[in-house]
Design a binder for this molecule. Sequence first.
Ligand SMILES: [Zn+2]
Ligand SMILES: [Zn+2]
Length: 402
Amino acid sequence: MPPSPSQHAADALLINGQSLRSIRHHIHQNPELCYEEHQTADFIAAALDALAIPYERGLGGTGIVATLTGSGSRDAGQAPVIGFRAELDALPLTEQNDFAHRSLVQGKKHGCGHDGHMTMLLGLAAWLSQNRDFAGTVRFIFQPAEEGGAGARRMIEDGLLEAFPMDRIFSLHNWPDLPAGTVGVMPGPIMAGGQMIEVTVRGQGGHGATPYACTDQLNIAVQILNQMHVFMARRLPPFSPAVLTITRFTGGEAMNVIPDQVHFDGTIRILDDVAANIIRTELPSLIEGIARSWGVEADVTLTDFYPVTSSNASAAELVETAARNIGLKVETSATGLRPAMTSEDFSFLLQKVPGCYFWLGQGGEHGLHHPSYDFNDDVLPTGVMLYAEIARLALDQGKIDG
Ligand SMILES: [Zn+2]
Ligand SMILES: [Zn+2]
């Protein structure tokens, strides 16, 4: 296996005569939303054609899986298959930047850096296509609809893992909270699992002057909401972190009319199954019970959204080693790195294939999903180097268990 590229070599990679920066800018200018990433997928496919890497399109709708097998040899059945993933989709967000590569599409932008992720994965593909003397296979997965559309799950449902089996799988996300080039990695949970909760309180409305002659749905809904927070604080063990936020509360049309029904909904984030199970089994009946005690009904819908994103310990260790090997600073739980309470659909893949999801610091003053956010091009070569070193270590390891 060849050594990983130097910073200079990674920065000098060209695909179809284009630098990684210009590729990133092109993708940034042409954002597409969940499951509509047709032109983006065409662009990725054209880049793979230029690299002469075979691929299959259409998994999960717009998804692409490219496969590169090295020219090196190993004992039969011992050559590992390593997967890397990037996301195709942008956000329904109006860009507040005026640089030359700003989004050309009103109301859509790459506000999560997936433009950078695709570019780094193409950079890895370019590097490995020029350095094919490795023993094993590398897959490049470009998935649709990470932003709420569970594109990774859709690809799995479309047979991704049967058609393209993998021994190990990796994905990075740029991370504005870490300095540019610093890697954040830890075994176990790094991003939260999510549940959505919707509550409708139904009773008999009436005149605002006579609440004693009807039932006051707004007041009951407020009590339920407050008791939900007490539930989170008292029923969940403190070592199972969880967040409940009600983000919408609607009901009533006039200052003197008590409405028949009030609706509210929001999000729950958890870092382990303990909290998720307690919430799933106990919270709906608590809500229904409070409503019943006031003589009204509550309809509760609790939906699992994304699972916890949890990295395999040996894969996380491999990422940490790779980062140190190429001279990057590493933050781990030992240095105070903590999981994020946001969610990520790479979790579906990590449920099926051991692997690691990690952060590549990119600095910057704007966080992910901010209208002024932009991916930091300076970390493009860093991401390629890191991916290449992870591939090198994982391919050198060969097939391993767990
Ligand atoms: Zn995002
Ligand atoms: Zn993202």
